[in-house]
Design a binder for this molecule. Structure first.
Ligand SMILES: [Zn+2]
Length: 148
């Protein structure tokens, strides 16, 4: 059973298995309140060649296994948030876009992100585009859209 949870993509990307997942409060099947850790599953996402470790929990009573998955996609965007975010990370930290994915598509995301940061967070925003991306998501905005 997949449970979608709020999770910090940047941190999962960075910390891997050390990321602190939000443990479900109870078993969704039998309501047992104590779930046990049940390892990780390396999962791959749309066009993203590096897997992310997703945490699993198991109910000791009914044995249902729960795989946690971060909330995923922006409205009207085919690429997952993770893929878009890793493209932005790559552009910022490595100075280039992700290989194997359209340059113009990634450039569209990056320029839209900079424009949205200026529009929503002011052009005095000094924390950089990565923090800007995260902040816009927190505000409920789609950071890479051109339709504002
Ligand atoms: Zn259970």
């Amino acid at each position: 059973m997949i449970v979608k949870v709020k999770a910090d993509i940047k941190q999962i990307f960075k910390l891997g298995k050390k990321y602190k997942w939000q443990k479900p409060a109870k078993c969704h099947h039998c309501k047992e309140p104590t779930l046990w850790g049940h390892g990780f599953v390396l999962s791959f996402f749309d066009g993203f060649d590096q897997g992310l470790y997703l945490k699993r929990y198991r109910c000791p009573y009914c044995h249902t296994v729960f795989k946690l998955k971060p909330f995923g996609y922006f409205k009207r965007f085919q690429a997952s948030v993770k893929l878009i975010f890793s493209s932005i990370l790559n552009r910022v930290y490595k100075g280039r876009y992700l290989p194997g994915l359209s340059w113009s598509r990634q450039h569209f995301w990056f320029t839209a992100l900079k424009r949205n940061i200026a529009a929503y967070l002011s052009n005095k925003w000094s924390k950089g585009v990565i923090a800007g991306f995260i902040e816009l998501v927190r505000m409920g905005k789609i950071p890479v859209t051109r339709s504002i």
